[in-house]
Design a protein around this ligand. Structure first.
Ligand SMILES: [Zn+2]
Ligand SMILES: [Zn+2]
Length: 581
């Protein structure tokens, strides 16, 4: 089946079971302080999993576009992707295991027609210390559906517990999570070898199994004291990778053989004269990176030097280099006509050219120091193999490779620390501090519009427990006087102790009210809107999923609103960092 067929079957199936089909949320979650990109279908739904009523009701499903950037450098195997679609269905305090698992089984075997004999499942083995029992209920349901005991395996929290921050001990207080039950598809032609362990099992890495779906039974919340309590409502959160499911219907574990990638790979084969089967890795990298960059650019994320833009830049530059090594003469033109991509390629090639000139300058004396090599790497994006290659042709006989590797290691540790902190900072976060800053963020956006003008709109957002950050459209530096005026307005609104009100309404009505929305977002027919002040006389109105304080006066427990910094981030985009202290 094609990916489009699998997606449609999934959405039709869950619509027939009474689910509201939601549009895919934007890849850049503007009102979600948690992370760079939307990386799963549940991410935008957290407030609802915690009990807030969703405008779409208690049964929801969608195909969520997702980006994961944790392991860009590891792309190239048969199943990992930077951009992918996650098929999801949710019960918000409605149905539970007794309905969910039979539906998963029915969808896989009847709709996708996967051979039931090749389905294996896993369940949570329980954790006595946490007081969370073994999930025999799920196992019994699987058995009743016809999965024999030998194809049901139990694992600990490392494999069969799901929360946004991983295993129970890593979850911050206030974070929801629960045991899960995964389904694996077996490739009967793969023979397990001892190199992967004594016995084979669904989570074995030998290639015999591919995970195709995961039902999380989200019924716990972590308490301040580290123990677990039951959530007010029991939720189901199912996620299944669209590309993997499509691959399973083709009886392959290689997602690149699906129609999402194959046309690009065929083109690369014909222009390079090389064969995918001989060495699939470069084909996979180019196809993955171009597809991800195309989606991100379509949603307004252009190649740049910081954060999201840098992710796109890295993807494209790597694709250019891999294209060259594959011997594709025309470069990325061979597989794409997206103007932003071709412009980035052109710019990168110029940078490369300049870098090669620099290299020639460094060449004096016949050797290249670790610092010089590293500078070429960071300033010009020169991969070390390219430096070595070019150095060779320029009579540079010695390159301090060991020194370079050491510098690279230090550099990577630093960036990694940065991105982990960001990720965690967000995840830690339905905390009171973050919630207060989120409400302050709404006040700030409105104050910016009042002082600077109606052309101001939000272009990015990030909120941690320590500070808020907003990127917004404005052509010039904000003056000291304007900043003071903006601070004053926000603090006045805090003093006025205005109610913060959540209202659900039809999309058109919210648009009529002039509610601020996310750049490039698509919204469902009914939306959630937060107003500061009563709706009919509101100070600010935004499309938003929350959470927020109930009255602005609560912000004063955090302190006084203060702007720390105002700066440019891109042409026409300014950034403000602010705190309550
Ligand atoms: Zn195995
Ligand atoms: Zn908001």
């Amino acid at each position: 089946m094609t990916t489009a067929e699998v997606r449609q079957k999934f959405l039709d199936f869950y619509a027939s079971k009474g689910h509201t089909i939601l549009p895919s949320a934007p890849l850049v979650p503007e009102n979600d302080p948690t992370t760079l990109f939307t990386s799963s279908g549940m991410q935008p739904l957290v407030p609802y999993l915690l009990g807030q009523p969703h405008p779409g009701g208690k049964r929801l499903a969608n195909a969520q576009k997702s980006v994961r950037t944790g392991d860009i450098d590891e792309i190239g195997d048969n199943r990992h992707l930077t951009f992918f679609e996650m098929l999801g269905n949710w019960s918000l305090g409605d149905y539970f295991k007794q309905e969910q698992l039979p539906w998963v089984y029915e969808f896989l075997t009847k709709e996708l027609k996967l051979d039931p004999e090749r389905l294996w499942v896993t369940c949570f083995e329980g954790d006595e210390a946490l007081g969370i029992p073994k999930d025999t209920e799920s196992a019994d349901i699987w058995k009743s559906l016809g999965i024999p005991e030998e194809r049901i395996h139990f694992y600990d929290a490392k494999k069969n517990w799901w929360s946004r921050s991983g295993t129970p001990e890593h979850m911050p207080a206030g974070e929801p999570g629960g045991p899960d039950s995964e389904v694996f598809f077996e490739f009967t032609d793969v023979t397990h070898t001892a190199a992967f362990g004594e016995t084979c099992h669904p989570n074995c890495d030998c290639g015999r199994f591919m995970e195709i779906g995961n039902s999380v039974f989200m019924e716990y919340i972590k308490k301040e004291d580290g123990s677990f309590a039951k959530l007010a409502q029991r939720n189901v959160d199912f996620g299944g990778g669209l590309e993997r499911l499509a691959a399973a219907t083709l009886n392959t574990d290689d997602v690149f053989v699906t129609d999402a990638f194959w046309p690009m790979i065929e083109k690369l084969q014909s222009v390079s004269g090389k064969t995918y089967a001989d060495d699939p890795k470069p084909f996979r990298i180019i196809a993955d990176h171009i597809r991800a960059a195309t989606e991100l650019i379509a949603q307004g994320v252009l190649p740049g030097n910081v954060e999201r833009g840098y992710v796109v830049r890295r993807l494209l530059r790597r694709a250019v280099r891999v294209c060259d090594t594959l011997g594709v003469q025309e470069g990325l033109h061979a597989v794409t006509a997206v103007p932003e991509i071709l412009r980035e390629e052109e710019q990168f090639r110029k940078t490369l050219e300049r870098g090669i000139k620099e290299l020639a300058r460094f060449a004096v004396g016949g050797s290249l120091s670790a610092q010089d090599a590293f500078q070429l790497f960071t300033t010009y994006g020169f991969p070390i193999e390219l430096i070595a290659e070019e150095a060779g042709t320029r009579g540079i006989k010695q390159i301090d490779m060991e020194g370079f590797k050491e510098l690279l290691k230090q550099h990577q540790a630093l960036s990694r620390a940065g991105s982990e902190q960001k990720f965690k900072g967000g995840l830690a976060d339905n905390s009171e501090k973050t919630t207060r800053l989120h409400t302050a963020h709404h006040l700030l956006l409105k104050a910016l519009q009042q002082v600077l003008g109606g052309h101001v709109h939000q272009r990015g957002s990030n909120i941690t427990q320590e500070r808020l950050r907003i990127d917004f459209s404005h052509p010039e530096k904000v003056t000291k006087e304007q900043l003071a005026e903006i601070e004053k307005i926000v603090n006045e609104k805090i003093q006025e102790d205005l109610p913060v009100v959540r209202t659900e309404m039809p999309l058109e009505e919210a648009e009529k009210l002039g509610a601020e929305h996310e750049f490039g977002a698509k919204y469902p027919a009914r939306v959630s809107v937060y107003s500061v002040g009563p709706l009919d006389s509101a100070f600010s109105i935004e499309f938003c999923g929350g959470p927020h304080v109930t009255h602005t006066g609560e912000l004063s427990t955090g302190g006084v609103f203060k702007i720390l910094k105002e700066e440019a981030v891109a042409q026409g985009i300014r950034r403000i960092k602010a705190v309550l202290e």
